[in-house]
Write a protein that binds this ligand. Structure first.
Ligand code: SF4
Length: 475
C-alpha cells in the first residue's frame, strides 16, 4: 500500500518517515508535493499539527523540535491504529547507552524512567530494561586500551537462510573456494598473532563466528581450531572463547570434541524456531530433532555454556508456533538465550517472495508483542537475565534483540562489541575490525572485503590496512 504524507517542511522528512515506519513498516511511504494525502503533518513555529480524515493532534513545540514532531505523529498513529509500540519514538540502536549515561550523571531510576517517557514516550518496562542492561554492562565492561577482542569469521554456511543479511556462502556450491579461503584466513591469523605479540596486547575474548565456523569438514575444522587456539588462546589468560556453531546441521561429534580439546568455553546451537515447517521454509537444512540431538551431544561432552538463538516473527509464525518453540527450548535448558526480532525490509527477497506471494503475513502488533512476552517468560523460567541488547531498523514489532544469560554466563564479547568499548581485531571475509580510542571517545573501522575470492586475492592488502589502522592506537 502507498501512504501519501503531506509535510510542509521537508527538512524533517526523515524524522517523520521514522515514525510512520514504526506503524507501517511494509507500506510505501511517500511525500508528494500534492496528492490526496492520507496524513498531513504541519510544522509551525510553536506547534506541530498532525491530522488525517478522522483525527487532529496538536503538540506544542518543546526544547527539541524533532522530539515534538515525533511525539505528535506517534500519538496520532497510536490513536488511529490502536497499536502499542513500547519503545515509543525511540529509534536508536543502543538504547541502554542512554540509561548508562543518565546513571553516570547520578540520575535515579525513577528519573530515568520519567526521562524515557517524557522524551520518547517509551514504556516503564523498556526504561527498566535499559537500566538493568546498563548496570550489568557496567559491571563487565572494563575499559582498557591494551585489552582487545579477536573475531574470526567463517565465510560459509551449510545453506543460506532466507533472511540472512551476512556475507555467507552456501558451502555446497562453493567447495572450490574453501581451501583457498582457509589458507588466506590462516595467513591473516599468523600475521595478526605476530602483531598482538609484538605490541604486547592482552586478548580478553576470542569469538569465532561467521557464517558458520563448523560448516567445513571435520578435518578442516580441526586445522582451523588448532591455528586459532595456538595463536590466540594458548598461554594467554583469556576470559572467553566462543564458537558460534549456530547451525545444528553443521555440528558433528568430532567437531564438538575438537572444540573441547581447544578449550572453547562457550558455544551456540541455534534453532531460531522449533517448528519443522518453518525451518524448511526458511531454508535451514535441519530439523527440530537435530537441534535436540546436537544440544544433548554437546552437554554430554561437557559443554556447560551453551547459547541458543530464536527469532520472533518468522514467516507464517504466530503465537502458537512461539509457544512450541519456547516449550522445546525450555526442555533443553540453555545457559543463555538470544531473542531476535526478524528484520524485514520492503522489497527484500523475503518480503516479496514469502510475505506477498505466499501470503505468509506477519502477525499483528498485539500478537507479535505476545510472542516477545513468551520469550521473556521463557528466560525467566530458565533463570536467565537480560544482559545485552540492540535494536535494528525494520524489526517486526519494532522491539529489540535481547541477550539473556545465567549469572556468570554473560558473553563478554557481545557486551564489548555492542557498547563499542573495546578494540576488536576481526579476521576473515567481511569481518570489520574496530579500533576504539577510549581517551578520545572515537572509533575507526577497517572492513575486510566481503567477496571470498577478493578476500583471498587481496589478503595482504587487508592485513596491511588493518595493521596501519591499529598502529594509530598502538604506536
Ligand atoms: S546461519 Fe546465519 S550466517 Fe549462515 S546463512 Fe543462516 S543467517 Fe546467514
Amino acid at each position: 500500500m502507498i501512504i501519501n504524507i503531506g509535510l510542509n517542511d521537508l527538512k524533517y522528512r526523515y524524522d517523520v518517515y521514522q515514525m510512520f515506519n514504526i506503524y507501517f513498516p511494509l507500506d510505501e511511504l511517500k511525500f508528494p508535493e500534492a496528492a490526496d494525502f492520507d496524513y498531513i503533518v504541519n510544522i509551525e513555529n510553536d506547534e506541530i499539527i498532525f491530522k488525517n480524515s478522522t483525527l487532529e493532534i496538536k503538540e506544542t513545540v518543546g526544547d527539541n523540535i524533532k522530539d515534538s514532531i515525533k511525539k505528535a505523529i506517534f500519538k496520532g498513529l497510536k490513536e488511529i491504529t490502536n497499536d502499542v509500540y513500547p519503545w515509543g519514538t525511540l529509534v536508536g540502536i543502543r538504547p541502554s547507552k542512554i540509561a548508562l549515561k543518565l546513571l553516570n550523571e547520578g540520575k535515579s531510576e525513577e528519573e530515568i524512567i520519567k526521562y524515557f517517557y517524557d522524551k520518547h514516550m517509551a514504556s516503564e518496562e523498556k526504561a527498566k530494561l535499559c537500566i538493568d542492561v546498563a548496570k550489568l554492562e557496567e559491571k563487565f565492561v572494563k575499559k582498557n586500551n591494551e585489552k582487545i577482542a579477536i573475531y574470526i569469521g567463517m565465510a560459509f554456511c551449510p545453506t543460506r537462510c532466507l533472511y540472512c543479511s551476512f556475507a555467507s556462502n552456501p558451502i555446497g556450491g562453493n567447495k572450490k573456494l574453501v581451501a583457498p579461503y582457509l589458507n588466506a584466513l590462516s595467513h591473516e591469523i599468523e600475521k595478526i598473532k605476530e602483531y598482538v605479540d609484538k605490541k604486547n596486547l592482552e586478548i580478553e575474548t576470542v569469538y569465532f563466528g561467521g557464517g558458520t565456523p563448523t560448516a567445513v569438514s571435520n578435518e578442516e575444522f580441526e586445522d582451523m581450531m588448532n591455528k586459532v587456539y595456538n595463536s590466540f588462546v594458548r598461554d594467554r589468560e583469556i576470559l572467553e572463547f566462543t564458537v558460534e556453531c549456530g547451525r545444528p546441521d553443521s555440528i558433528t561429534r568430532e567437531k564438538l570434541e575438537t572444540m573441547k580439546k581447544y578449550k572453547v568455553s562457550r558455544i551456540s546451537i541455534n534453532p531460531q524456531t522449533m517448528n519443522d515447517e518453518t525451518l524448511k521454509l526458511i531454508g535451514r537444512n535441519h530439523s527440530v530433532e537435530d537441534v535436540k540431538e546436537k544440544f544433548n551431544m554437546a552437554r554430554e561432552l561437557g559443554f556447560n555454556d551453551i547459547n541458543m538463538d530464536m527469532i520472533i516473527g518468522l514467516p507464517g509464525e504466530g503465537l502458537e508456533e512461539a509457544y512450541n518453540t519456547v516449550r522445546e527450548i525450555k526442555k533443553l535448558k540453555p545457559d543463555s538465550l538470544t531473542v531476535h526480532g526478524l528484520s524485514l525490509k520492503r522489497g527484500s527477497r523475503l518480503y516479496e517472495n514469502f510475505i506477498l506471494k505466499k501470503g505468509l503475513g506477519i502477525k499483528d502488533q498485539e500478537e507479535i508483542a505476545k510472542m516477545y512476552d513468551e520469550s521473556k517468560k521463557l528466560s525467566k523460567e530458565l533463570g536467565l537475565k537480560a544482559y545485552y541488547m540492540y535494536r535494528q531498523k525494520n524489526m517486526v514489532g519494532n522491539m529489540e534483540n535481547l541477550g539473556y544469560a545465567k549469572e556468570g554466563k554473560e558473553c563478554i564479547y557481545n557486551m564489548q562489541m555492542i557498547e563499542d568499548t573495546q578494540t576488536i581485531i576481526a579476521l576473515g571475509a567481511d569481518a570489520v575490525s574496530k579500533v576504539v580510542f577510549l581517551d578520545e571517545n572515537r572509533i575507526e573501522r577497517f572492513p575486510n572485503v566481503k567477496d571470498v575470492r577478493e578476500y583471498v586475492n587481496r589478503i595482504d592488502e587487508m592485513i596491511k590496512g588493518k595493521i596501519k589502522l591499529l598502529d594509530t592506537l598502538y604506536k
